[in-house]
Design a protein around this ligand. Structure first.
Ligand code: FAD
Length: 274
């Protein structure tokens, strides 16, 4: 039986939170292993991330806050780890994070995700299951694919239990990455991050910034649909479902959906797989 998990981002209004909790309930019916909640580097969403994590946890579902070290001091991170430990949370997605452009690195004591993983282990031992990020198509700031792979392995050696990938639309990039790091001794699960396709212009903008490639044959078809959002969603569902089937057949241990705080697009894909 394949397992799944979903990512949320923290909401800004009470109305948004209300809607998100309904989405949580709809998705919870599919027994996800956990819901993760993103975090604004530098602590910009600290309270909002905490509030959503708490609301998920209180419903008896596992919640995994993301925690980014860039722009924060060790003391701040220590405090956050303690808050979540007190709440009964035992899984964290440990990241370096991205500061908004123009923001300085003020207060940063832990520079990379491997430093954060090491720090969490020093501070809390084995309390937390630690997820880290993986980039089958290479992190956009990495100096080379090889260096990025080495840096990924460094995070695993620092104590990560599992990894979630940046999204991609080319299953071969995932299989290649997994083979490469396994050959370097990595044996933790590497869970593909799945981005449902619902809106072409948003997806194109976001993919540009995070270094995820939309293959030409997908891009050209999505472009051709213009404002025909039904066709975009239908084609997107087909393409993402086919990729997920390949990933699962090829040994992917689970799927992590970037839900964008919506239930339908992820579930449309998931229902085709079960
Ligand atoms: P790292 O693993 O530290 O890598 C960052 C870069 O530095 C890479 O280019 C790497 O090759 C290089 N590097 C790593 N270690 C070293 C080292 N020791 N020495 C020299 N170079 C090194 N961002 C947010 O702000 N909030 C979120 O909630 C969030 N959630 C995410 C969830 C997932 C699953 C993914 C895939 C990404 C998420 N991001 C989030 C984006 C992420 O923070 C950015 O991609 C960020 O630029 C890198 O974070 P990282 O943890 O992968 O960093």
């Amino acid at each position: 039986m394949t397992t799944l998990s979903f990512e949320f981002f923290p909401t800004k209004t009470e109305e948004g939170t209300e809607k998100l909790l309904n989405v949580r309930d709809e998705l919870a019916a599919y027994n996800p292993e956990f819901f993760s909640v993103t975090y604004g580097a530098g602590g910009s969403t600290r309270d909002r991330t905490y509030a959503i994590v708490k609301a998920i946890h209180e419903r008896g579902i596992a919640a995994a806050p993301h925690l980014a070290c860039i722009g924060s001091s060790k003391a701040e991170i220590r405090e956050i780890l303690k808050e979540y430990q007190d709440l009964g949370i035992n899984r964290i997605v440990a990241l370096r994070g991205d500061l908004p452009s123009g923001a300085g690195f003020d207060g940063t004591e832990l520079r990379y995700a491997n430093d954060l993983v090491e720090f969490i282990r020093e501070e809390t031992g084995d309390h937390y299951t630690l997820e880290v990020a993986a980039y089958p198509e290479m992190h956009p700031q990495a100096t080379s694919f090889e260096a990025d792979v080495q840096n990924f392995v460094r995070k695993v050696k620092a104590g990560a239990d599992s990894a979630i990938t940046q999204y991609f639309f080319n299953a071969d990039s995932y299989f290649y990455f997994v083979d490469r790091v396994q050959a370097m001794g990595v044996d933790i699960p590497i869970i593909p991050g799945i981005m449902p396709i619902t809106n072409y212009s948003k997806l194109a903008r976001f993919s540009e910034s995070c270094g995820a490639e939309i293959p030409r044959w997908i891009r050209k078809q999505l472009e051709a649909y213009g404002d025909d959002s039904d066709s975009i969603k239908k084609f997107g569902e087909e393409v993402v479902t086919d990729m997920c089937k390949r990933l699962l057949e090829g040994g992917a241990p689970s799927l992590h959906f970037y839900s964008m705080n919506q239930a339908k697009a992820s579930l449309d894909v998931w229902k085709n797989l079960i």
